[in-house]
Design a protein around this ligand. Structure first.
Ligand SMILES: [Fe+2]
Ligand SMILES: [Fe+2]
Length: 189
């Protein structure tokens, strides 16, 4: 079956209690929806996959992706959703390679959106609404900032997409603006 947005949200909440992880799911959902619309693709499907991509992370961090695949299969969710979700862990926790555009976007923006999130919280406004590509770029290049964010993955992803890092950052910011309220990044603005 192809879960709709409501079913995906329910499933995510069944396995996740952490506010940070729920917000991360909502962030990746928002960015995926934005890219889907930009490319004229299935906005709902891309969003659902973004929303549940880290489904198992709170309860089974050691079996990240593997456990998600198991849970999704148990729920009778279609294999293409499972493939897409797992491919974000390519080379990190599984060997499912991103093949579709949807998968390449997910792979690229997962960690990048985390870095942008951290950069927004450093601003006086604590908002994504007034952040610019160049200030994200500066943080990106400072390796001490959000040190856990794997820049290599992001750059590999940009290459797969045939987009520049600047372009991907700009579109990711745009996607995060569209869900700013839900992800707690409206800040003071
Ligand atoms: Fe993940
Ligand atoms: Fe993630």
């Amino acid at each position: 079956m192809q879960p709709n947005r409501e079913q995906a949200w329910e499933l995510l909440n069944e396995y996740n209690k952490s506010d940070a992880l729920l917000k991360h799911g909502l962030t990746v959902e928002g960015v995926m929806r934005h890219f889907a619309a930009k490319f004229g693709e299935d906005v709902e499907k891309w969003g659902v996959i973004g929303l549940i991509h880290d489904l198992d992370y709170e309860m089974y961090p050691e079996q990240h992706c593997t456990k998600t695949a198991e849970i999704m299969r148990e729920k009778g969710i279609d294999e293409d959703y499972i493939h897409a979700v797992c491919s974000h862990g390519w080379g990190l926790c599984c060997d499912v390679e991103p093949e579709l555009k949807m998968e390449k976007v997910l792979y690229t923006i997962d960690e990048l959106s985390g870095l942008i999130n951290a950069a927004c919280l450093m601003r006086p406004s604590r908002s994504v609404l007034d952040i610019e590509v160049k200030s994200v770029k500066k943080k990106y290049k400072s390796h001490g900032f959000a040190a856990g964010v794997n820049r290599e993955v992001i750059e590999k992803g940009c290459e797969m997409l045939g987009m520049s890092l600047d372009e991907v950052i700009a579109e990711t910011i745009e996607g995060m603006r569209e869900c700013a309220e839900a992800i707690g990044l409206k800040g003071e603005l």
